[in-house]
Design a protein around this ligand. Structure first.
Ligand code: ADP
Ligand code: MG
Length: 228
């Protein structure tokens, strides 16, 4: 398999028979920051739940070349333990000893160096979101699924989280194995930072466009249809 992620003709109905995805196909060809847009109820969150294994497709196939980790819109819905270090230990794969250096390195990677003993309740929203990203990194996932990760953050923290993911997904001399991120957004300005964007409409995915083309295609649409 060449693509990091392949979704082939996936359909999903909720138990109330509501169709959330209908014959949905898409591929993520290579590492980078990829964005997903679509109006309210178009199936974005359902797709991310299917990709992360929280739901199983009723029809079709999902092929992943790596573990996928989900980052929620609200970090309070996923951070479980009292302090940063214990939260990160909890996400280590089974069999990996929770060494302090591993935890420190993950905190450092997301700009939270020295935060190991900090109580989670003392973090800002942006810091909590970066801790959730560090947990995903420690879990060994190479595919991050981010469901509107900046929706609840102030503008400065939004920019910092976007810059962090952008950096983790970029190939550099010090980072030969960049991550892949699939980032759901309602913010047209975020689209300008991605490697490609696709739109979910009535449960199916359109083609990959550049972020700029997607932003201008959505600009004229009423809020809600575009995703805002
Ligand atoms: N837990 C649920 N039970 C029943 N229907 C749901 C549930 N979650 C979402 N849906 C329905 O599935 C469709 C897609 O929802 P969702 O994936 O949340 O869309 P989006 O994230 O794009 O706003 C919507 O019609 C929504 O009402
Ligand atoms: Mg959603």
């Amino acid at each position: 398999m060449k693509a990091i992620l392949e979704v082939e003709r996936v359909s999903y109905r909720w138990p109330n028979n509501k169709a959330a995805l209908i014959n949905c196909s898409l591929q993520i060809p290579k590492p980078g920051l990829w964005m997903l847009v679509g109006g309210n109820g178009s199936g974005k969150s359902t797709l991310l739940r299917l990709l992360s294994g929280l739901l199983e497709p009723k029809e079709g196939e999902i092929r992943l070349a790596s573990i996928a980790a989900l980052v929620f819109q609200n970090p309070d819905h996923q951070l479980l333990l009292p302090c940063c270090g214990s939260e990160l230990c909890f996400h280590l794969p089974i069999g990996i000893a929770p060494q302090a250096e591993l935890i420190e390195a993950a905190l450092d990677q997301v700009g939270l160096a020295g935060f190991s003993n900090r109580p989670i309740h003392s973090l800002s929203g942006g810091q909590k979101q970066r801790l959730a990203i560090a947990s995903a990194l420690l879990s060994g996932a190479e595919l991050l699924l981010l469901d509107e990760p900046t929706a609840l953050l102030d503008p400065e923290s939004q920019g910092a989280v976007l810059a962090l993911i952008r950096q983790l997904c970029k190939q550099t001399a010090t980072q030969p194995k960049p991550l892949t991120a699939l980032w759901v957004t309602h913010k047209l300005e975020e689209l300008h930072h991605c490697d490609g964007a696709l739109r979910l409409e009535q449960g199916s995915a359109g083609p990959w466009l550049t972020g700029a083309s997607m932003a201008s295609a959505l600009e004229g649409l009423p809020r809600g249809r575009a995703g805002g």
